[in-house]
Design a protein around this ligand. Structure first.
Ligand code: CUA
Length: 362
């Protein structure tokens, strides 16, 4: 009976692991299917160290088993004293030199690659006119969303990072409140975003994301930061260099875009009264608004980073954000109502239509 139960337990564990690991092969999310120079080299390091460690475990296990089976008392007799090898020079040399060699094989590529990926000197390079040549993005992690500011282009967006393929993209990473961590599993990373200092690194994006499952790579917060840490997702849209330039121009063209409190469109008027205080709808300018910039909301892939991208989700979210993302900053201090108050169903309906219409790609 017990034996049967144990077998069953093992089987369920394996079944759960199968479901869990089945996510590993997806190219929009998988560290094992990297789409860029950084991720590829990180995977190579992972494979190298895994092979060496496996080799060590196998060899040690084999020696252990051999000794265990060959030299049992039942086999060699009661009064046998094995050959004494204490202080053997040969053995001491062997078990000192082999680990040193193995550690060197691991350490040399790991250390050189780590320094290479931390080389951000190109961030300061300028052309003849004094313009920075490298694409730099300032990432700010906040409870529980992401802001992406492009200082050299003078634009800002949130929740969906847009980058060109085929060039090094440099990141300045920081957090506005508590420590988070910026991670795009299929492209490389991760690196912490801290409140007290700036972390810098670069990534390379090889593949246009439009052919992926949702047309985007998935990004994650990889540092436990609060009750909605697991929901602190972002997406990454990778475009050809030409398409990226067009997107930047479209973002710049939204300069000065705002909502009118006196608008005859109920959605726009409600937005102006209830949302505009925290959410900008112009992608031109700098970041730093209390809430995510919504200029490209209609082009995004998710509502609040993880809900399905449709008006139904958006309406439910506006009605009660706390239900979906506990601890988010859209609620008042005691967590009883959104800071914009309880809007009527009619207002929420109009607001959802208005926000879904915000787009630079359509
Ligand atoms: Cu932010 Cu976890």
């Amino acid at each position: 009976m017990m034996k049967g139960l144990k077998k069953w337990r093992l089987f369920s564990l394996l079944a759960v692991m199968m479901v869990f690991l089945s996510g590993c092969g997806e190219d929009y999310l998988s560290t094992l299917k990297p789409s860029g120079e950084v991720g590829k080299q990180q995977l190579n390091l992972l494979l190298l160290t895994t092979v060496i460690m496996t080799l060590v475990v196998v060899i040690v296990s084999v020696i252990y088993l051999l000794a265990f089976l060959k030299y049992r008392r039942a086999r060699v007799g009661e009064n046998v004293i094995p050959k004494q090898v204490e202080g053997s020079h040969t053995l001491e040399v062997i078990w000192t030199v082999i680990p040193i060699i193995l550690l060197l094989i691991i350490a040399v590529p790991v250390v050189t690659t780590t320094y290479k990926f931390a080389d951000v000197a190109a961030m300061d390079e300028v052309d003849e006119e004094g313009n920075k040549t490298a694409l730099t993005i300032n990432v700010t992690a906040k409870l529980y969303w992401w802001e992406f500011e492009y200082p050299n282009q003078g634009i800002v967006t949130a929740q969906e990072l847009v980058v060109p393929t085929g060039e090094k993209v440099y990141f300045n990473l920081k957090a506005a409140d508590v420590k988070h961590s910026f991670w795009i599993p299929a492209v490389g990373g991760k690196m912490d975003t801290n409140v007290e200092n700036l972390n810098k690194f670069y990534l390379v994006f090889d593949k246009e994301s439009k052919d992926l499952k949702d047309g985007v790579f998935y990004g994650k917060c990889a540092e436990l930061c609060g009750p909605s840490h697991a929901l602190m997702d972002f997406k990454v849209k990778t475009l050809s260099p030409d398409a990226f330039d067009a997107w930047v121009d479209a973002m710049k063209a939204t300069e000065g875009q705002t909502a009118d409190k006196a608008s005859t469109d109920l959605g726009e008027a409600t937005f102006a009264n209830s949302c505009l205080g925290c959410h900008a709808i112009s992608g031109s300018g700098a970041g730093g608004t209390p809430g995510p910039n919504l200029t490209t909301f209609g082009d995004r892939n998710r509502v609040a980073g993880f809900l399905e991208h449709n008006e139904e989700s958006l309406k439910a979210w506006i009605k009660n954000p706390e239900e979906f993302k506990p601890g988010n900053l859209m609620m008042n201090a005691d967590g009883t109502a959104p800071i914009y108050g309880n809007l009527s169903d009619e207002e929420i309906e109009a607001l959802a239509t208005y926000i879904m219409g915000l787009s630079v790609e359509k």
